[in-house]
Design a protein around this ligand. Structure first.
Ligand code: GLY
Length: 230
């Protein structure tokens, strides 16, 4: 199948479900989606081509039949479902299912959930998700992953991370970091995700990249083209 991929998520108590914000992630290490696959180098949400008509097709041809299929097979599924989809000339097709959220999609979609996530999780546990409200922030959120140079191949770690205190109007999600001798240091290939909001995708990316530029550690690497294809 040829097209653009996107990630769609629901949370379900086994009967009803809530649609979470969708996202597009960037899996490869190099700009232009080149080089080796990684755990994810960035994500943006919402996805501009996932408009009302497209998402209606996703609901009617993919999500609702999935829910019915789980029921008819006697599977009581509670939690998140991640639909890895591809948009082929305006029609969504399933590439994969995951029984979890996505990473780094989470760093772009969870900030957009304005309602209390705990309330939704409680609705899943209690089986009354249909009575809970989900409110989504209309703004764009972009997440840029700061990585250790060399990742996903060999890389060194243990370098001090400076500048995180200078960042503003963003959320830093720690992935491969730890405190050593009282200092914040790198401890993995993917180190920090920098997520920022914007009224437009361009504004959100500008916020992420401005803040990414304030963080320093030896051999820092990040993709400079997250979201540009959209
Ligand atoms: N970003 C893709 C995944 O979490 O599988």
């Amino acid at each position: 199948m040829k097209g653009i991929e996107l990630s769609v998520f629901i949370i379900t108590d086994g009967n009803s479900y809530k649609l979470l914000p969708e996202a597009k992630d960037y899996k490869r290490i190099g700009a232009g989606d080149t080089g080796l696959n990684t755990g994810g180098m960035g994500a943006v949400s919402p996805v501009p081509f996932a408009d009302v008509a497209f998402m209606e097709k996703v609901r009617t041809t993919i999500i609702n039949p999935t829910m019915s299929g789980l029921k008819s097979e006697g599977i009581e599924y509670k939690g998140f479902i991640f639909f890895g989809l591809i948009n082929v000339k305006g029609d969504p097709f399933v590439i994969e299912y995951n029984a979890r959220l996505g990473d780094p999609e989470s760093e772009a979609i969870i900030p957009r959930i304005k309602s209390d996530l705990f309330d939704l999780l409680e609705g899943v546990a209690n089986g009354d998700l249909d009575k809970r409200i989900i409110e989504i922030d209309d703004r764009y959120c972009a997440a840029v992953m700061l990585a250790s140079g060399g990742y996903p191949g060999h890389y060194e770690k243990g370098f001090e991370i400076r500048g995180s205190g200078r960042t503003n109007d963003c959320i830093l999600f720690h992935a491969g970091t730890k405190i050593a001798d009282g200092k914040l240091v790198t401890s993995g290939g993917r180190v920090l995700a920098v997520s920022a909001f914007g009224k437009t995708l361009k504004d959100a990316l500008e916020g992420s990249y401005r803040n990414a530029g304030l963080v320093e550690f030896r051999n820092i690497y990040y993709r400079t083209d997250i979201g540009f294809d959209l």
